[in-house]
Design a protein around this ligand. Structure first.
Ligand SMILES: [Zn+2]
Length: 105
């Protein structure tokens, strides 16, 4: 599994590259997720945690992190946390720029 410190570096990198550094500080942890690669958890607006499934390869970990970052944006701006039109547009744009095949990242 990728080191959590590396994931924080990547979070900063993609935050700057695709979100103009507007995403808040979050915690990133590995978890036993049964039905998902990742999950963004919010208890309060200022307390956001990205959960990443254990055991993913590097590519899946990175694409999942970025997928969850779009949810972080939704949470941060009190938008519905869904995979609607806006989510898809952002995901598609990033996937295209990064050369990732999964359009939903
Ligand atoms: Zn999602």
């Amino acid at each position: 599994m990728m080191k959590i410190t590396k994931l924080f570096d990547l979070y900063d990198h993609y935050n700057e590259k695709y979100f103009k550094n507007t995403l808040p500080f979050v915690d990133i942890v590995y978890a036993d997720l049964k039905d998902a690669y990742g999950y963004t958890m919010t208890s309060t607006a200022s307390d956001i945690v990205i959960l990443l499934a254990k055991g993913m390869n590097k590519k899946d970990t990175i694409t999942t992190l970025v997928h969850e970052m779009i949810h972080v944006k939704q949470a941060h701006y009190d938008q519905p946390m869904d995979h609607g039109k806006t989510f898809k547009a952002v995901a598609k744009k990033i996937a295209k720029k990064e050369g990732w095949k999964r359009k939903d990242i």
